[in-house]
Ligand binder design. Structure first.
Ligand code: ZN
Length: 374
């Protein structure tokens, strides 16, 4: 084994040795040992500033790319599970917006340059296959919805969201946009879909969360995922927490939407550690996790995703992140049990698919529910 001394270790030794009489000599050695000795190229301040601006633009593009991917995979899941989402449905157009006031100072100019973000809600992404695809595009600035003026700032995004939620039938929406120098009126025909917006959270931990209304998937989780099917498994699981109203069952409506309040900012890098942990802790109990695994596979299968390999992803996830979701066991399902339940669920769903039976999770009988048994 090799011991490697850092400069700090070395300083401690110097302090110790200062008390003895050979300190001066060792101080000289310290200065040589801890200073760089090669002649790296020097760069000017101006060039460094240009490079920093470029790197900010790359960072912004990467954030939106991850959110785009998440929204692309979520789209068919939200649209195909309306029947299972109960009251958690609304008109869906598949668009994410940002406004200038939501941008951090660090990334403001990069967002403005790359995506043309203005004071009014500005489109940053349109989900693949969503109703707004081919109608709206990134950089479109929304000024009116159905003839009503959209407020500036984050209030404008809430206004759009509320105006979509107000009606439960898919009546067309007339959107007035500024695109380059033109003002255009375009029509979007929404779908009725599960109302659980998805966001990438700027966290390195491998995790995903649901707060009763929205879904967060961490950047760490996005890195672990290699296929759309794996991402669908995550979204299906989190949607199941929301569609089965796990948070409502635990804590009532008061805590709902703790993530969604911050979610608009999540796409631009707000730290959601505290919010996510509090919401996540509520949902993670043994029974709810098993139900989210079970129902989540149905959500993914109904959207047309191949579920065959989904249990394997959870196996890999357990290996990568043994503490997440309470994998230690105790009040939470162990990863072993979880894997086996998922495998059995895959068989159940495949069997239904072969028989041409509608994909609806099996509900406990009322008598079993009353007794608290399965
Ligand atoms: Zn869960």
């Amino acid at each position: 084994m090799v011991d490697v001394l850092t400069c700090n270790d070395f300083k401690l030794q110097i302090i110790y040795l200062l008390k003895s009489s050979i300190a001066i000599c060792l101080t000289a050695i310290f200065a040589i040992a801890c200073a760089p000795t090669t002649n790296a190229p020097r760069v000017g301040v101006g060039l460094a500033a240009q490079e920093a601006a470029l790197q900010r633009e790359l960072a912004v593009k990467e954030k939106i790319r991850l959110n785009q991917r998440l929204n692309d995979v979520a789209q068919p899941i939200m649209v195909s599970n309306t029947q299972m989402c109960g009251k958690l449905v609304s008109r869906y157009i598949g668009v994410s917006f940002l406004t200038r006031d939501l941008l951090s100072n660090e990334l403001k100019s990069a967002y403005e340059k790359v995506y043309g973000i203005r004071d009014n809600p500005t489109v940053v992404l349109v989900a693949k296959g969503a109703p707004a695809e081919g109608v709206l595009q990134w950089g479109d600035v929304i000024t009116h919805m159905d003839g009503k003026t959209v407020p500036k700032g984050a209030r404008g995004i809430k206004f759009i969201s509320k105006s979509l939620k107000d009606k439960k039938t898919a009546v067309p929406v007339v959107v007035t946009i500024k695109r380059n120098a033109e003002t255009l009126n375009v029509q979007v025909v929404p779908l009725i879909a599960c109302d659980s917006p998805v966001y990438v959270a700027e966290l390195d931990e491998v995790n995903a969360m649901a707060d009763g209304k929205s879904i967060l998937v961490t950047r760490g989780m996005m890195r672990l995922i290699s296929t759309d099917e794996e991402l669908a498994a995550i979204i299906g699981h989190e949607l199941a927490h929301n569609s089965r109203r796990h948070l409502q069952a635990k804590q009532g409506n008061a805590v709902l939407g703790t993530i969604i309040g911050a979610a608009i900012s999540v796409a631009i890098g707000v730290d959601v550690t505290r919010i996510g942990t509090s919401a996540g802790a509520v949902a993670h109990s043994h029974g709810f996790e098993t139900e989210a695994d079970y129902v989540g596979l149905y959500h993914a299968a109904r959207a047309g995703f191949e579920i065959e390999n989904m249990p394997n992803f959870w196996r890999r996830f357990a290996a990568e992140n043994p503490k997440a979701f309470g994998f230690k066991g105790g009040s939470h399902p162990s990863s072993a049990k979880r894997f086996l339940v998922l495998e059995a669920t895959v068989k159940e769903i495949k069997n239904k698919q072969e028989l041409g039976v509608e994909l609806i999770p099996e509900e406990k009988r009322a008598s079993a529910l009353a007794k608290g048994t399965s």
